[in-house]
Design a protein. Structure first.
Length: 343
């Protein structure tokens, strides 16, 4: 049996370089040659998130590539076609959520079939994906841009759920890839002012390129934004850091009538109901995407949203474990793995 190298979250919940049999597409599936796959902060934390990531599967949910083989009963896809893969796109199409367009709540898509989350993902030379997960990419789209479709869709949904951005002061907590994308998209969609809160100087250094007007450390933000009359207090706060105290701060930094969108998993954060009540704050979560993939593809193809500068490096699969470690140390922004690059 032919095998291929893969990055696995193994049964002991360790991230390892391993070997797996080369899969074949079943009915309704295609085999995708993975061109690039980004490493995500959630991959890094997958050993500690048993409620989301079961063990014993190939990681990688930010995939772009080319259709290599089409299984039985697949229509509309051809060998050689460039695609991005929506890892949560294997929707059933018939449940109450699917019928109301809330595909991100479809049980079939969010559980065992989620690619790189519970089913085998894209940190491998090839991956099997249901044809419903594929999104066609235009010829004009660059390779690197194609690899950013999934995180851009995540960031776009968070921004769109915040409501009307025109002229608004938007606070973004967390300057990782999602936070930087949220800043860029918010500015693109007409935010009046973008304020980024981020502890590391390296990540604050992306502020000009991310169209950030004011970049603050968490300590500076704590001092300024909790004062009721500080002009930097926000109409909209989008929490992207996954840090509990940053999530609490994002709520208290809002003006009356403000909106807090939570896209980072700040487990253990305290949100004071009295603050929410007295200020009529809207708190809402943003979970994956519904139809944002298509819009993300347009934004990236046109380079309305740039990602080349956020791409720290493109490395072969053999260097993926080292890439995880540099991400853990917050030394990198986004590393893309190129499984067909042999080193
Ligand atoms: Zn991700
Ligand atoms: Zn469904």
């Amino acid at each position: 049996m032919t095998t291929m190298p893969v990055i696995l979250l193994d049964e002991q919940r360790r991230i390892v370089l391993s070997e797996r049999p080369v899969p074949a597409p079943g009915s309704g599936q295609v085999l995708v040659d993975v061109d690039l796959c980004g490493i995500c902060g959630s991959d890094l934390h997958s050993p500690d998130l048993p409620q989301v990531y079961l063990g014993g599967f190939v990681l990688g949910h930010e995939a772009s590539g080319v259709v290599r083989e089409v299984g039985a009963d697949v229509e509309g896809w051809a060998v050689g076609q460039r695609v991005a893969v929506n890892p949560n796109g294997n929707v059933c199409g018939v449940c109450a959520y699917c019928l109301s367009g809330r595909f991100n709540f479809c049980h079939q898509a969010t559980m065992k079939t989620a690619l790189g989350l519970q089913a085998d993902g894209a940190l491998a030379p090839v991956m099997v994906a249901a044809s419903s997960t594929l999104r066609a990419l235009p010829d004009a789209m660059g390779r690197v841009e194609a690899a950013w479709v999934e995180p851009t869709a995540t960031a776009l949904r968070a921004v769109l759920l915040a409501g009307d951005l025109a002229g608004a002061t938007v606070l973004v907590s967390g300057g990782g890839p999602i936070g930087q994308l949220v800043c860029r998209i918010a500015a693109h969609l007409g935010a009046g002012r973008v304020v980024l809160v981020e502890p590391t100087p390296e990540r604050r250094g992306f502020a000009p390129a991310s169209r950030v007007d004011v970049a603050l450390t968490p300590a500076e933000a704590q001092t300024r934004l909790t004062h009721a009359d500080d002009p930097l207090r926000a109409d909209i706060a989008i929490e992207c850091s996954g840090n509990a105290s940053a999530t609490t701060l994002a709520l208290t930094a809002l003006r009356p009538g403000g909106v807090l969108v939570v896209v980072g998993s700040g487990v253990g954060a305290t949100l004071d109901p009295l603050v929410i009540l007295l200020n009529e704050i809207t708190v809402r979560g943003s979970f994956t995407y519904v139809d944002e993939f298509e819009q993300a593809i347009d934004l990236l193809t046109s380079k309305a949203i740039r990602v080349d500068d956020l791409t720290t490096a493109v490395v072969p699969l053999s260097e993926a474990l080292a890439a995880f470690e540099s991400l853990r140390a917050a030394q990198t922004m986004k590393i893309l793995i190129e499984p067909h690059h042999s080193s």
